[in-house]
Each structure stands twice: as structure tokens, then as C-alpha cells.
Design a protein around this ligand. Structure first.
Ligand SMILES: Nc1nc2c(ncn2[C@@H]2O[C@H](COP(=O)(O)OP(=O)(O)OP(=O)(O)O)[C@@H](O)[C@H]2O)c(=O)[nH]1
Ligand SMILES: Nc1nc2c(ncn2[C@@H]2O[C@H](COP(=O)(O)OP(=O)(O)OP(=O)(O)O)[C@@H](O)[C@H]2O)c(=O)[nH]1
Ligand SMILES: [Mg+2]
Ligand SMILES: [Mg+2]
Lengths: 276, 291
């Protein structure tokens, strides 16, 4: 009888509040609650642990429904653009991904293509020396597409496996900056035997604006996956569920700190457990 | 927009004398959704909607405006009331140099804001100095030095010193060179990182700032409340700078933070250039949150 009392109207409100508090957004939170309700009713779940577990399983199901990041193209070099709005952790994440790939035996090269922001190039160069990998850079204020071009030529000459392109932060609402990114992408596409790739960096503290970011960046780049940064804070990064629900983009990595190895492959089970 | 959504809710209202509780409940559901979609914290939304409901129920339905317009006006006025109404001016010391300290999460826009503040204050006739107290992030000092060079403002930095020691030495140098305002750029940090929060406490106790500003990204979601309360509790701050307002984030975090801390949003950063800093406009942000 006490167990039966676990399913109160307040229970559904609190579960939905937990998802909203995680930045999943109104529509996505409602969807997860709806799915969990079906499961709870059909499986006759009554105890509080079972109820929580039902929600966890629905979050996992939703995250898994966005699919796996696509297989990388077989051609070498690979070129991965690291893109996103200002301050989300692109430069740091590019370094972390480079370090991770290098540990796995990849020969990597960094392209310091943020030629705009003060000390943008220096920051990438410092990270490259910590990873112990080559970096291609030009003068501050130079054409970032030229940096992309040179880095691919250098990669071909040095038999590099993967080029990581650090791009300048840019708000998706700035048409000229999005066009600049599109141009960098086309330069890479022309120069490569295969296709370039792009990882969109999303800050875990971001609210629903993350959906607009993903939508617009997805229009100029082929965004294969998301790197969700700053998950070592108190924010839950739930906007990636809203993004996945609308655009189907999966999360590949999560950033959990400011150090070179503070990057983990995304695990939906771990994520769902942290939520509930 | 909120207006459109409420028009739908009130469409069935026909010449009744007052807004009934049932009419208003339907409207409150729409308002709650709009505010959550705008990233206002869900607990703040609850309080806000309860408050608005009290004001809306029993409102006479006048002939000159629609019920929807009436409710929108109540919501808008309530929001402008919360967002504004407090001292927005920066505080300066009676004896120079004044110290302004910038704090906040990683990547929120502090270093850029420091340079922008220097430009703004110089335009007001002051003589600023910047202090590079972020000793952790690769090329953070270079970033501030590059900005300082662009705007011709000196940047104080001393190798191999702790953040506290850098700030102490900078203040001595500012006094020596007759600078009347010192702007401290600190490292981005998590509000849950005890050691890093302690560093701010140590800086403040050694060189008490007349003005501490929490720098927050306008796209911050529900977590804005946790961040603001933690910084308030552990470090204390006088006001907020809301950055990246040149994007299309609705900015609900502004309402959340003002609501729970009572601290004013003093400035809005509206771009990446050094001139892109302006006074915070509560009415504009209220319209933006309401979509
Ligand atoms: N705690 C924490 N901090 C992070 C993480 N990822 C990045 N950061 C920090 O976030 C800040 C911004 O990181 P950057 O790599 O410069 O971000 P960015 O997107 O390249 O910035 P812009 O190029 O200026 O747009 C730095 O202080 C990083 O150390 C993370 O996973 N956790
Ligand atoms: N569009 C836009 N970009 C901004 C604004 N303010 C800062 N930025 C950008 O946001 C990014 C981060 O700014 P920083 O000043 O490095 O942020 P920070 O808080 O010092 O970062 P950490 O020191 O790593 O914590 C940079 O790319 C800035 O150019 C703004 O108002 N609008
Ligand atoms: Mg960067
Ligand atoms: Mg900084």
C-alpha cells in the first residue's frame, strides 16, 4: 500500500521538473514523461526505485534513438572541424580529441584556424605542444580558409591521419561568420579525397538556444556529433536531448574538466543515472 | 509570441465582465511554457506565475484592449519590475585606485569584458589598468595583453606569482603610476570548485574590490540560479554582466538570477569588439524573454 502511494500527481510533476531543470526543454521533457508513463503502466511498476529506473531507461532509449556517430570516411587524412558559439570549449576540446586519437596511435595535426580572437592562435599552439603534435598556423587576422588549405597540404605531405581544425567562436546569428565557416568547409571538401567532418561543441550550461545553434551550424557543416563540455559543473547538458529529438544528432564526447585527458566517450547509461 | 498564444487562450472569452480564475489558469499555463522555453528557471517561473495570477484574476475586461493584451501587460510590467529597479551604476572608491573584479564560469566572457570595461571607463574620463590574474588557461595572459595593446591600456602581470600576489603587486603599481581604476580579470572557475572559489575569497580579502561583477553568458539555462547563488554565497558580488546578448538566446537567466539574488544586471555585452558594452535595458530584455 505504501509502495502504491509512490505514483502521485506530484510524482509526475517532480519527474518533469527534474528534466526541465536539466535543460531538456518543455517538449522533450513532456515526451520522456509520456514514454515513461506508458512503460510504468504497462509493466505495472509501483515502487520508487522501479519508477526512477523507468525514467532512466526512457532517457537512455531517447539518447540511443539519435543513433551512433557515423563511421569515419576511409580516406586519409580525415579533417574534423571543431565548431560552435563563443567560449564553449572548442580549442580545449580540439586538443583533448587530438590527445585521445594520438593515444590510440593516430598521427594528428592541428590547424589553428581561429585567426580572429586575441591569442586564439597562441592558445592552440600551446595545446599542440602539450599534446606533442604539429600545428599549422598563419598570422593573426589572416584568412582561416587558407589555414585549412595549408593544414591539409601539410597533412598529405606528412601522412597525417587526422587534422583537427580549431575554428573561431561565432554566434549562429551572424550570417557573415557562418558563411566564412561554410567557405572553410568547401575548401576542405574540394581538397580531400573523402569528406570533411564536423563536431559541434555545446556547453552543458546552455539552455534551449542550443537547439538553434545545432540547427544553424548544421546548415553549413555536416555535423556528425556533439561534444558536450563542462559536464564537471552542476549543469546537466539536457539540451542535447532537445537537439537530438529535433535534429537526430548524437553526442560523441563529454568534457569533464580543463585538462588534456578530461574527455570521455559519451555513455547514455551513465548520463541517465546522473540525471535521476 | 506571448500575445499570440494568449489570444488563442482567450478567444472564447465573450464580453464577460471579469477574467475568471479558469480563464486565467489557461493563460498561466501558456505563460509558464513561454518562460521555460526562454530558459527562466522552473522555480522562478512558478513564483512568477503565481504572482501574475494574483494580479490577473478579477481584472475587469475592458473594451479598449483584449484580455490577452491585458494579461501580457501584467506579465511585462511584472518582469520589468523584477529586472530593473535597482542601482545600475558601478561603484568607485572615494580614494583611488578603485578596484573592479570580474568573476564567473569558464568561457563566459570575462577577459573580453575586462577590456571593454577599460574602454568604457576611459571614455568616462578615468585612467584604467588591467590585471591578468588568470594564471591557468593557456595564453590567457597573452589574450589580455593583446587586448590591452589594442586599446592602449596597461596590463599588469608578473610571472611565477600566485593570482593573489599578482593582484597585490598590480595595486601597488597602479598607485605608483596614478591609475584610478584597476580591473581584475580572473580565471574562469566552477562554483563547485572549492579551491578556486577560495582563491577569489583570498583575492578579495587582500585587495577588497569596490565592485565585484559576475559575468554570465546570456544563453545559460536552468543552472544560472545555482551559479549565481553559489557565487553570492561564497564570494559575494555587486552586479552582473550579461554577455553574448548579440545572439538570439532569449535570456531567461537574467530574470532567474535577478529574482533569486536581488543583484542588478548592470551591463550587457553585445559583441566581440571592445566597444560592444552597454547599460542593461530591463524593458528590452523583458520583451526578448517574452518572445
Ligand atoms: N570545467 C571545464 N572547463 C572547460 C571544459 N572545456 C573547456 N573548458 C574551459 O572553458 C574555457 C573556454 O575554453 P576554450 O577552449 O577557449 O573555448 P572556445 O570555444 O575555443 O572559445 P572561443 O574560441 O573564444 O570561442 C576555458 O577556460 C577552458 O579551460 C570542460 O569540459 N570543463
Ligand atoms: N558574440 C559575442 N562574443 C563574445 C561576447 N563577449 C565575449 N565573447 C566571446 O566569447 C569568447 C569567450 O570570451 P573570453 O573573454 O575569453 O571568456 P572568459 O570568461 O575570459 O573565458 P575563461 O577565461 O576561459 O573563463 C570569446 O570568443 C569572446 O570573443 C559578446 O558579448 N558577444
Ligand atoms: Mg577557441
Ligand atoms: Mg578569460
Amino acid at each position: 500500500a505504501a509502495a502504491r502511494k509512490a505514483i502521485t500527481p506530484e510524482f509526475w510533476t517532480e519527474a518533469e521538473d527534474a528534466l526541465i531543470a536539466a535543460d531538456a526543454g518543455v517538449a522533450c521533457s513532456a515526451r520522456i514523461v509520456e514514454n515513461a508513463k506508458k512503460r510504468i503502466i504497462s509493466e505495472g511498476i509501483r515502487d520508487i526505485e522501479g519508477l526512477k529506473d523507468a525514467f532512466r531507461r526512457e532517457v537512455v532509449a531517447m539518447l540511443e534513438s539519435f543513433g551512433e556517430p557515423p563511421e569515419p570516411p576511409p580516406e586519409r587524412p580525415r579533417v574534423i572541424f571543431i565548431a560552435g558559439v563563443n567560449g564553449v570549449g572548442k580549442t580545449t576540446t580540439a586538443a583533448k580529441i587530438g590527445f585521445l586519437l594520438k593515444e590510440k596511435g593516430n598521427k594528428i595535426l592541428f590547424a589553428a584556424a581561429d585567426t580572429f580572437r586575441a591569442a586564439g592562435i597562441e592558445q592552440m599552439e600551446m595545446w599542440a605542444s602539450r599534446v606533442v603534435a604539429p600545428v599549422v598556423s598563419h598570422q593573426a587576422g589572416g584568412d582561416p580558409a587558407a589555414v585549412v588549405y595549408d593544414s591539409i597540404e601539410s597533412a598529405k605531405a606528412k601522412s597525417i591521419d587526422t587534422v583537427l581544425v580549431d575554428t573561431a567562436g561565432r554566434l549562429h546569428t551572424k550570417k557573415n561568420l557562418m558563411e566564412e565557416l561554410g567557405k572553410m568547409w568547401r575548401v576542405a571538401d574540394r581538397q580531400l579525397p573523402g569528406r570533411p567532418e564536423a563536431i559541434l561543441v555545446i556547453d552543458a550550461t546552455t539552455g534551449q538556444n542550443g537547439v538553434s545553434q545545432a540547427r544553424i551550424f548544421g546548415e553549413v557543416l555536416d555535423v556528425s556529433s556533439i561534444a558536450l563540455t563542462k559536464m564537471d559543473g552542476s549543469a546537466k547538458g539536457g539540451v542535447v536531448m532537445a537537439i537530438g529529438m529535433e535534429l537526430g544528432i548524437p553526442v560523441a564526447y563529454i568534457g569533464v574538466g580543463e585538462g588534456i585527458s578530461d574527455l570521455k566517450p559519451f555513455d547514455p547509461e551513465q548520463y541517465a543515472t546522473a540525471l535521476f | 509570441s506571448l500575445s499570440d498564444r494568449l489570444q488563442g487562450v482567450f478567444a472564447k472569452l465573450r464580453g464577460q465582465g471579469k477574467l475568471t480564475e479558469k480563464d486565467v489558469d489557461a493563460a498561466m499555463r501558456e505563460i509558464r511554457m513561454v518562460l521555460l522555453e526562454a530558459d527562466v528557471n522552473y522555480k522562478v517561473v512558478k513564483q512568477f506565475v503565481e504572482h501574475v495570477k494574483e494580479r490577473a484574476v478579477g481584472e475587469g475586461v475592458t473594451k479598449s484592449v483584449t484580455p490577452a493584451q491585458q494579461v501580457v501587460k501584467i506579465v511585462y510590467d511584472e518582469m520589468v519590475d523584477i529586472l530593473g529597479g535597482t542601482q545600475q551604476a558601478l561603484k568607485f572608491a572615494s580614494h583611488p585606485p578603485s578596484v573592479i573584479m570580474l568573476v564567473g564560469l569558464q568561457g563566459s566572457g570575462k577577459t573580453t569584458a575586462a577590456a571593454k570595461l577599460a574602454v568604457m571607463l576611459r571614455r568616462q574620463g578615468r585612467d584604467p589598468m588591467l590585471v591578468a590574474a588568470d594564471i591557468y588557461r593557456p595564453a590567457a595572459v597573452e589574450q589580455l595583453q593583446t587586448l590591452g595593446g589594442q586599446i592602449d591600456v596597461p596590463v599588469a602581470y608578473y610571472r611565477h606569482k600566485s593570482a593573489v600576489a599578482i593582484v597585490e603587486e598590480a595595486l601597488r603599481e597602479a598607485t605608483r603610476t596614478g591609475r584610478d581604476v584597476v580591473i581584475l580579470d580572473t580565471a574562469g572557475r566552477l562554483h563547485i570548485d572549492e579551491d578556486m572559489m577560495q582563491e577569489l575569497v583570498d583575492i578579495k580579502s587582500s585587495v577588497p574590490p569596490g565592485e565585484s561583477l559576475l559575468v554570465v553568458d546570456a544563453m545559460t539555462g536552468q543552472d544560472a540560479v545555482n551559479v549565481a547563488l553559489a557565487f553570492l554565497d561564497k564570494v559575494d558580488f555587486d552586479g552582473i554582466i550579461l554577455t553574448k546578448m548579440d545572439g538570439d538566446a532569449r535570456g531567461g537567466a537574467a530574470l532567474s538570477m535577478k529574482s533569486v539574488t536581488g543583484k542588478p544586471i548592470k551591463l550587457a555585452s553585445v559583441g566581440e569588439k571592445v566597444n560592444d558594452l552597454e547599460v542593461f535595458h530591463p524593458d528590452r530584455v523583458a520583451s526578448r524573454i517574452l518572445g
